[in-house]
Design a protein around this ligand. Structure first.
Ligand SMILES: *Cc1c(COP(=O)(O)O)cnc(C)c1O
Length: 391
């Protein structure tokens, strides 16, 4: 079965009781037992719930994985994977990372004696150099946030495997429609389903998939032990989003391509980060491992932060908000928003300037989006100098 068919049919059977074509929202905490210890497969909704189970099966099917687990947020999925570690273990992570992942690594797990090395994972020798005796996980984000760097997942996972290191890929930006990291050799794939998978900006959720039964059993144990599970309504909304994932992502990508081309040829723009552009440093590997280039674009305007703020104010269709992957176009300034928890010097070092803007291109009409960006750029009269030099 092909992706868009699976997204609509897999696990999403008609309700056997009534024939309803959508799975009911099983809004229940507990389940009647037939006799003590004998259940119909469900005993308590932290452990299992039919609506959540369906979402977990659907998530697995999108990544062609054997097992899936759903969580209350992307970060609770990430936390559950980190539960596999113990004091003294070491993680190598991409240095251009979702701010919340950086925060849970450095503010929480470091406290328990887990060590982290942040490396430029787009360079395989940098990963190789960071490997230690106690390295347990290679944590990759590709495309990365917010600079859209691409790591060669297949080569990185192969290296990790040689040292018995687990490769985890945060596939939130690409979605399973554009990239399936398990097929490239990774062991676990995580998603913030809040973004493209649910897709409408109305629910927080997370998920992970794996083909390894031992890992799955352990992660499922933690899921129940910790209890960061999504409620049935959130599961339902996410399942509803999944049905149109392929359609939405195609339109997101089409719009993003047009905007990236427009921005990169605009005289007032100094830098555009988009893996679909031929001059993007990882363009070739993006072409190879992704079906398309996604719909997140970061850029810098040839001006200072004050004028950049004016530009933000003048936009009408791009809402200034954290998050991404919704049908509605969003815009953010990573330094003050999503990446505020990353120290400024660390940000600058990894190439995130104070005035960098990131847009999540929605599925509105392409011309309307282009016109909106154009009018806001036209209003920027004074172009002084570039903010900071970004290496
Ligand atoms: C949003 C995001 C997360 C965290 O997910 P939440 O659902 O907000 O907890 C993790 N990784 C990436 C790449 C994200 O964009």
């Amino acid at each position: 079965m092909k992706f868009s068919t699976k997204a609509i049919h897999f696990g999403q059977n008609n309700d056997p009781l009534t024939g309803a074509i959508n799975l009911p929202i099983y809004q229940t905490s507990t389940y009647q037992q037939i006799e003590p210890g004998v259940t119909r497969g469900f005993s308590y909704s932290r452990t299992e719930n039919p609506t959540r189970k369906t979402l977990e099966e659907a998530l697995a099917s999108l990544e062609d994985a054997k097992y899936g687990l759903a969580f209350a947020s992307g970060l609770s999925a990430i936390n559950t994977i980190l539960n596999l570690l113990k004091t003294g273990d070491h993680i190598i992570a991409s240095n251009d990372l979702y701010g919340g992942s950086y925060r849970i690594f450095t503010k929480l797990y470091q406290k328990f004696g887990v060590e982290f090395t942040f490396a430029d994972t787009t360079k395989i020798q940098e990963i190789n150099k960071s490997i230690k005796k106690n390295t347990k996980i290679l944590w990759l984000e590709s495309p990365s946030n917010p600079l859209l760097r691409i790591t060669d997942i297949k080569t990185a996972a192969k290296l990790a495997k040689k040292y018995k290191i687990l490769t985890v890929v945060d596939n939130t930006f690409a979605t399973p429609y554009l990239q399936q990291p398990l097929k490239l050799g990774s062991d676990i794939v995580i998603h913030s389903t809040t973004k493209y998978i649910a897709g409408h900006g109305d629910v927080i959720g997370g998920g992970l998939v794996t083909n390894d039964q031992k890992l799955y059993d352990e992660l499922r144990f933690f899921q129940n032990a910790v209890g960061a599970i999504p409620g049935p309504i959130d599961c339902y909304l996410t399942l509803r989003g999944i049905k149109t994932l392929a359609l939405r992502v195609e339109k997101h990508c089409e719009n993003a391509k047009a905007i990236a081309d427009f921005l990169s040829s605009h005289s007032k723009i100094s830098k555009v980060y988009y893996p679909g552009l031929a001059n993007h440093p990882n363009h070739d590997i993006a072409r190879k491992q992704q079906k398309d280039f996604g719909a997140i674009i970061s850029f810098e305007i040839k001006t200072d932060l004050k004028e950049t703020k004016k530009f933000i104010k003048n936009l009408k269709l791009f809402t200034l908000a954290e998050s991404l992957g919704a049908v509605k176009s969003l815009l953010s300034n990573p330094a003050t928003m999503t990446h505020a928890s990353v120290p400024r010097e660390v940000r600058l070092q990894s190439g995130i300037s104070d005035s960098l803007l990131r847009i999540s291109v929605g599925i509105e009409d392409k011309e309307d989006l282009l016109n909106d960006l154009k009018q806001a750029l036209d209003k920027l009269e004074v172009i002084t100098c570039k903010t900071e030099t970004v290496k």
